[in-house]
Design a protein around this ligand. Sequence first.
Ligand code: ZN
Length: 74
Amino acid sequence: MPKHTCHWPGCEKDVPPAMWGCKAHWFKLPKHLRAEIWRTYVPGQEITKTPSTAYLTAARDVQDWIRAQSEPTL
Ligand SMILES: [Zn+2]
């Protein structure tokens, strides 16, 4: 089994395959993004490795959001 780690950039924590990331980082995400991940998540996608386009879009939105948070405020 390949290791499945938190999707938060730089976080190496092991998480169950069905989870997006570790608890600490998951709950840092705004509610609407978490809802979007759940809405588009298809059980078993981590086994088939074929997440829906909607899920990939949601996952990308999350990464965009994280990047926006970590940008230095000038
Ligand atoms: Zn994490």
